[in-house]
Design a protein around this ligand. Structure first.
Ligand code: ADP
Ligand code: MG
Length: 556
């Protein structure tokens, strides 16, 4: 027998294992989804590598995933004939935390300890979820391009160490064997496993097979238990709501239903299919401000998975979108570098943007409640598009929602179109105020004169607003202006009153200017105020006070 080497898990793995076993007990069954998803990834990778080296596929028939169980041994086995792993890969993948997203997630936890199962499911603890139901896991794997003698056996009880040994494995690919914990017998059932596969993995594009059963006993004959087709290639009329939802869940590692989706096929000089989803909640990396962890939009070329290509297929401000793009006409051997300068891809990207904006517009119009959910989750991300995507600025601006002096509370429900519809005749400006919080905006003395005149003011209190407004100076032919800048439009009677007041106050103004000296550029009589005696105002080219403070804090 080959010598067995014992190795320690990286410290973070122990942390993940603890976290996973503690947080997933109410979602135990996702271990199967995760292991099948890894098997499916492995099949995808082999098919991709085989584009240039067809010999890798030899000898094994079609790519598939086999799930079986053994009641006496109390084991469940998930086996694939995909790419497999070399010894180095086993050490790197099953002994450390490779993903930067996972690392960031772990770091965030110390600050905010609430790790709910939803987040954990999303950040793809994947493999380690096996230890939720198993007290020992054995992995047998051999890389497709290595000899049978170079098989690897990995085994661990998930307590801090794992054992590695060399084994002879005639078949390529990976088998994961779970030795179930004493009270997990419910999974030793062909019925239960089939149910879980249909629930979570029906749309995995490879056949998932289980042994046929006769009188409740597994036989030697295999049958496919999932749908095993690429969902997006089917005609829309053959896809049910549930199909779309479960496909999303397996794609996005999300427990929740998506908010909306759009499925389109473009035929012509360039043909491609897009299936794009909007999640109902932000994934953890978006909440942490993550930018480089851009998974969730998969590029296929003629049904072959090529790579995660969210960055190539979507602008940054739509990074919450999940889905699949399947192109017919791209060369199969594309690299990321080629993709980045590919003109066809530019066109597909523009189509994706259009589809998503269409979908959001439709949602805003037909399902305002869902749109409100979207806005809460991703509104601030979408705002980046005002700056980032000038070509679609007007469309994005239409999708913005704000709090206002004519809406209730801090909720952002008022669109620019709502505002314009309520404008009295003669008003040609969309007025807004920016502040650090809703309370500061709503309570600002700057609003007094506007309230007195019944002019609506949008209340903006998100950090990103000031930056966004730098690129949003006009909408539907109306200027956007801050109430803190410039002068309020006055009618004739007001003008006269103000002139008289200014005259009467001249000695006071003189005195105040002397007293305040360098600290102000001017002291003026204003029509802004009705209740407060004085306020600070900015000239058109001044920076908003809270922005100035932010910059000062940042050392500018
Ligand atoms: P993720 O799938 O998000 O990368 P996992 O924890 O599920 O994270 O898996 C970690 C890594 O282990 C995978 O990225 C892959 O490299 C490797 N791996 C896991 N299962 C398999 C498998 N069945 N075949 C080949 N490689 C695998
Ligand atoms: Mg995985």
């Amino acid at each position: 027998n080959a010598p067995v080497e014992s190795r320690k898990f990286e410290a973070e793995v122990a942390q993940v294992l603890r976290l996973v076993t503690h947080s997933l007990y109410s979602h135990k069954e996702i271990f199967l989804r995760e292991l099948i998803s890894n098997a499916s990834d492995a099949c995808d990778k082999l098919r991709f590598e085989a584009i240039g080296r067809p010999e890798l596929l030899a000898g094994e028939g079609e790519l598939h995933i086999d799930v079986s169980y053994d009641k006496d041994a109390r084991t469940i086995t998930v086996r694939d004939n995909g790419i497999g792993m070399s010894r180095e890969e086993v050490i790197a993948n099953l002994g450390t935390i490779a993903s930067s997203g996972t690392r960031r997630f772990l770091e965030s936890l110390s600050a905010e300890q609430k790790a709910d199962a939803r987040l954990i499911g999303q950040f793809g603890v994947g493999f380690y979820s096996a230890f939720v139901v198993a007290d020992k896991v054995t992995v047998l794997t051999r890389r497709a391009d290595l000899d049978p003698a170079e098989g690897v056996k990995w085994e661990s009880d998930g307590e801090g160490e794992y054992a590695l040994a060399s084994v002879e494995l005639p078949a390529r690919g990976t088998a994961v064997v779970l030795h179930l914990k004493p009270d997990e017998d419910e999974f030793l059932s062909g019925w239960k496993l089939r149910e879980l596969i249909r629930k979570y993995s029906d749309h995995v594009a490879f056949p998932i097979r289980m042994p046929k059963e006769v009188d409740g006993k597994p036989t030697d004959e295999w049958e496919t238990v999932n749908d095993a087709s690429a969902l997006w290639t089917k005609p829309k009329s053959e896809i049910s709501e549930e199909d779309y939802q479960s496909f999303y869940k397996s794609l996005g590692h999300d427990f929740n239903d998506p908010l909306a989706w759009t499925h389109n096929r473009v035929e012509g000089s360039q043909s491609f299919t897009t299936l794009l989803y909007i999640p109902a909640q932000p994934p953890f990396d978006l909440m942490l401000g993550g930018r480089d962890e851009r998974k969730g939009l998969k590029l296929y070329i003629k049904r072959v998975f090529i790579m995660d290509a969210a960055e190539e297929l979507l602008p940054n401000y739509l990074r919450f979108v999940r889905g699949v793009v399947d192109a017919d006409d791209l060369p199969l051997n594309v690299s990321r570098e080629i993709l980045q300068q590919n003109r066809q891809l530019e066109r597909i990207k523009a189509a994706c943007v259009k589809r998503v904006l269409d979908l959001l517009e439709k949602l805003a119009k037909d399902e305002p409640e869902k749109y409100a959910t979207f806005w809460k989750a991703f509104g601030n991300t979408l705002k980046e598009g005002i700056v980032e995507d000038p070509a679609n600025r007007e469309r994005i601006a239409k999708l913005l929602r704000f709090a206002s002096t004519k809406s209730q509370g801090a909720g952002q429900t008022v669109s620019l179109d709502d505002y314009i519809a309520r404008m009295p005749v003669g008003q040609d400006t969309i007025w807004y105020i920016t502040a650090e919080s809703y309370a500061a905006a709503a309570g600002s003395p700057q609003l007094e004169a506007f309230k007195a005149k019944d002019i609506e003011v949008l209340l903006m209190y998100d950090r990103i607003d000031e930056w966004m407004l730098g690129s949003l100076t006009e909408y539907a032919g109306k200027k956007l202006r801050s109430v803190a800048k410039g002068e309020l439009p006055l009618d004739e009677a007001d003008k006269k009153k103000q002139e008289e007041a200014a005259k009467a106050a001249e000695p006071l103004l003189k005195k105040l200017k002397e007293l305040l000296g360098e600290r102000v550029s001017d002291v003026r009589v204003s029509a802004r105020l009705t209740d407060s005696p004085a306020c600070l105002a900015l000239s058109d080219y001044d920076m908003a006070p809270h922005l100035a403070r932010l910059l000062r804090e940042a050392g500018h």
